[in-house]
Design a protein around this ligand. Sequence first.
Ligand SMILES: NCc1[nH]cc(CCC(=O)O)c1CC(=O)O
Length: 309
Amino acid sequence: MTQSLPKLRLGTRGSPLALWQAHAVRDALLKAHRWPDEAVEVQVIRTTGDAITDRALSEAGGKGLFTKELEEALLDRRIDLAVHSAKDMPTRLPDGLHLVGYLPRADVRDALILREGVALRDLKPGAKVGTASLRREAQLRRLRPDLDVSLLRGNVHTRLAKVENGDFDGTLLAYAGLSRLGLADKVSSVLETTDFLPAVGQGAVAIETRFGDIAVDALVVPVVCPATGLALRVERAYLGQLDGSCRTPIAGLAQVDGEEIRFRGAVLSPDGARYYEIVRYGPRNRALELGIAAGQEMRALVPPELLPH
Ligand SMILES: NCc1[nH]cc(CCC(=O)O)c1CC(=O)O
């Protein structure tokens, strides 16, 4: 007996990076189930975040700007799964939705793109570096308080162009995004996580579905990565204890090593002058507890004005 072919509708934003990620999920599904191309249909949905290009996202209302319209489409049953950058996902999802899992995580590190030179130390005092991320801005100021760090938004290609044409001497972007776009050769150097921690979820592609839609989840499960799921459970639980405003530079990284999970988190003042770091270990069957404990430890460590409730 042959099984009838499902028709899964996969929703995504329309940016080149989002499309790459959506097609990575689609390809993984087609391969895992040996489906023909027509089994998974990609639907592009425009989000509020795509429309805002002139302001820092933290000023435009922060959380959920890249996910809201996709989640409405899921709840309205116009799509069956939504694919997102895990980094752009709020810690709390709307009722009725959940994250089934993630593709195997790519490189989590941030990359430095310079007009001249290779490493951070090659930037001259006063050099102009653009970034749209409070976390990158604060960590950069911490390492190099002598630089002129300012807002640089727009998609990856726009930002690279502003370095190439001399508006900026350098910028910072996620290595994973650059490599997915075939732009790894633009990277001057990669910042090690020992002195520059990534955002929660960086490098991971998340798959969101309707909670309780077990038919869809059963089809998605074969393509998700268990170790990435554990790491993200820790990181998102940590962030869930801290965020709310999206105006505080927060970083965090969990790494699964055999039976053990290691987590490192950092919170900074926006000028990078104050830096708070925690390190915690836990067994892999206590991922959620590890993340919550890490977040609570950080809350106790950081002055309340940096982390308003
Ligand atoms: N906020 C935008 C965004 N969301 C995910 C990535 C990169 C890919 C990833 O981290 O998985 C980027 C671009 C960037 O930060 O450079």
